[in-house]
Ligand binder design. Structure first.
Ligand code: NAD
Length: 297
């Protein structure tokens, strides 16, 4: 079997187009322009690239982008003061603090200072609790993107056996909550899981979020299963230089799986698209307007 490739790049473009349509409607019908504020502390090159592309896409869909770049030595008090200012700014509907933060700043404290209604990353403890209890939350962008692709491919996920490899707060755990919400039977595997191959082999849906290049071989995949590869790993390319690979061994998994997301061009593009979707959701909720169902969990 050769797997169907789930094209995250094309899907993300579709989501951004839906977001743009919604932005235009909000502006035209209600005089509201959604605004997304991104806070970057320090000079981490990867974070700078992410923030730049977030800003560009925010503007492309017609939203207002607010960028706040702070020096690496900013104090916690200064950062918290900026967050308080953004919390109180009615033009700002979404706030994202780019992680990781420099070591002298307490990430949990900073994230929990964001107004949960503006927490478009879905990392605030209130949103984590709302998601875990099946209530209306802001949902973390990467797992939301994975869920959208899975729903698009399968329709209903009810009763499917899902195995998530990785138990991080930003991917593994919220992914598990979302799949549970869609009535999957969910297993979270992690670094201490025994017989990982056997656990993965029973899954109709495998979500790999580990951060280890190509660690899942095709031999672990149940024939016909759907494989969602969240991993982004830079490795040496055979012809020199480097290239990006996922957490699954794409070539061998694609021989066995029913469907698979590539790296790059799978989950990655969906993450930023879902950030924009979350900003629309936050904006609609702030103004008491109906939120676009296709763009939420
Ligand atoms: P993390 O380091 O916080 O968590 C990794 C998880 O993998 C841990 O829970 C750990 O228990 C598990 N793990 C480690 N070694 C294992 C092993 N040998 N077997 C089974 N499980 C093992 O990572 P994260 O933040 O969840 O990110 C995971 C990957 O996803 C990374 O490659 C990251 O770059 C990528 N990522 C991609 C996007 C995107 O937009 N595509 C977003 C977030 C993260």
């Amino acid at each position: 079997m050769t797997a169907t490739v789930i094209d995250g790049k094309a899907f993300a473009a579709k989501v951004r187009a839906q977001v743009a349509t919604h932005v235009e409607r909000l502006r035209h019908d209600h005089g509201v322009t959604p605004g997304l504020a991104v806070v970057l502390v320090g000079e981490d090159p990867a974070s700078q690239v992410y923030v730049r592309s977030k800003g560009k896409m925010t503007v492309e869909v017609g939203m207002t982008s607010f960028e706040h770049k702070l020096a690496a030595h900013v104090t916690e008090a200064e950062l918290l003061a900026l967050i308080a200012q953004l919390n109180n700014d009615p033009a700002v509907h979404g706030i994202l603090v780019q992680l990781p933060l420099p070591g002298h700043l307490d990430s949990d404290l900073v994230i929990n200072a964001i107004d949960p209604a503006k927490d478009v990353d879905g990392f605030h403890i209130s949103n984590v609790g709302l998601l875990a209890t099946g209530q209306k939350a802001m949902v973390p962008c990467t797992p939301l993107g994975c869920l959208m692709m899975l729903r698009d491919h399968h329709g209903s996920l009810s009763g499917m056996e899902a195995v998530i490899i990785g138990r991080s707060n930003i991917v593994g755990k919220p992914m598990a909550q979302l799949l549970l919400g869609d009535s999957c039977t969910v297993t979270i595997a992690h670094s201490r899981t025994r017989n990982l191959a056997e656990v993965v082999r029973r899954a109709d849906i495998v979500v790999a979020a580990v951060g280890r290049a190509q660690m899942v071989p095709g031999g672990w995949i149940k024939p016909g299963a759907t494989v969602i590869d969240v991993g982004i790993n830079r490795v040496d390319a055979p012809q020199g230089g480097t290239r990006l690979v996922g957490d699954v061994d794409y070539d061998s998994c694609a021989q066995v799986a029913g469907a698979i997301t590539p790296v790059p061009g799978g989950v990655g593009p969906m993450t930023i698209a879902c950030l924009l979707a979350n900003t629309i959701t936050a904006c609609c909720r702030a103004h008491g307007l109906p939120e676009p169902e296709a763009l939420t969990a």
